[in-house]
Design a protein around this ligand. Structure first.
Ligand code: HEC
Ligand code: HEC
Ligand code: HEC
Length: 161
C-alpha cells in the first residue's frame, strides 16, 4: 500500500513538473540561449568587406546592462540581431537623392555607423576617463580599468588568434 502511494505521488509530480517540457520537440519560444564567448561580427552578405570581420567577447561586456547594446529588448522576447530588418539593415550610407525631396533614412540605420557609434564611443569614453584619472596627479592605488580597443586593426585583426 505504501509503495502504491509513493508511486502515485511520483506520477503526480511528474505530470506537474513535466508538463512545460512536453509541449513539443522544438526549442520553446520562452528559452533564449546566451553566447558567452567570442562573437564574430561580419558585414551583411551583399557587402564586399574592406576589413577583416570584427568581434567582441560577449561575457567581458556583461558588466553593463544588456539593454545598453540590445536597446530594443524588453526582456520577455528573443533578442533581435543588430542588422535585422527595420533595424541597422542598410548596407550603404544613406544619401539625399537629387530626384526627390524626401529625407534620406537616418544614418544610424547604416550598419557600419551603428556599430562604430556604439562600440567605439564607449571605448573612447572609457579611455578619456582613464586619461582624466592619470592627469589628476592623484596617487592611483589600483590599476586603471580596461577600456576596449579604439584602433582599426585591434577591432579588425588581420589574423585569426
Ligand atoms: C557591449 C554590447 C553588448 C552587451 C552589453 C550585451 N550584448 Fe548581447 N550581443 C552583442 C552583440 C554585438 C551581439 C551579436 C548581435 C548580432 O550578431 O546581430 C550579441 C548577441 C547576443 C545574443 C544572440 C542574438 C542572436 O541573434 O542570436 C543574445 C541572446 C544576447 N546577445 C544576449 C545578451 C544578454 C542577455 C546580455 C546581458 C547580460 C547581453 N547580450 C549584453 C552585444 C552586447
Ligand atoms: C558601454 C561600453 C561598451 C560598449 C558599448 C562596447 N564595449 Fe567593448 N569593451 C568595453 C570594456 C569595458 C572592455 C574591457 C573589458 C575587459 O577587458 O575586461 C571592452 C573590451 C572590448 C574588446 C577587447 C576584449 C574582447 O575580446 O572583447 C573588444 C574586441 C571589444 N570590446 C569590442 C566591442 C564591440 C565590437 C562593441 C560593439 C558591438 C563593443 N565592444 C561595445 C566596453 C564597451
Ligand atoms: C570597437 C571596434 C571597432 C573599431 C575600433 C573599428 N571598427 Fe570598423 N567595424 C566594427 C564592427 C563591429 C563593424 C561591423 C561588422 C564588420 O563589418 O566587421 C565594423 C565595420 C567596418 C567596415 C564595414 C565593413 C567592411 O569591412 O567593409 C569598415 C570599412 C570598417 N569597419 C573600417 C574601420 C576603420 C577604418 C576603423 C579605424 C578608423 C575601424 N573600422 C575601427 C568595429 C570596429
Amino acid at each position: 500500500m505504501f509503495k502504491i502511494i509513493i508511486g502515485m505521488m511520483c506520477l503526480v509530480l511528474a505530470i506537474f513538473f513535466g508538463t512545460p517540457m512536453m509541449v513539443s520537440g522544438e526549442e520553446p519560444e520562452d528559452i533564449m540561449s546566451l553566447p558567452l564567448g567570442k562573437i564574430i561580427i561580419e558585414p551583411p552578405k551583399s557587402v564586399t568587406p574592406k576589413r577583416p570581420p570584427s568581434f567582441l567577447t560577449h561575457s567581458l561586456h556583461f558588466g553593463y546592462k544588456c539593454t545598453v547594446c540590445h536597446h530594443t529588448w524588453e526582456y520577455n522576447t528573443q533578442i533581435k540581431a543588430c542588422m535585422a530588418p527595420e533595424c541597422h539593415e542598410l548596407t550603404v550610407a544613406p544619401k539625399k537623392s537629387k530626384k526627390s525631396d524626401a529625407d534620406p533614412p537616418p544614418m544610424i540605420m547604416y550598419y557600419m555607423r551603428a556599430y562604430h557609434k556604439q562600440c567605439i564611443i564607449c571605448h573612447l569614453e572609457l579611455k578619456r576617463d582613464n586619461l582624466a584619472l592619470e592627469m589628476s596627479f592623484k596617487v592611483l592605488k589600483e590599476k586603471l580599468p580596461p577600456t576596449g580597443p579604439t584602433g582599426c586593426i585591434e577591432c579588425h585583426p588581420k589574423e585569426e588568434e
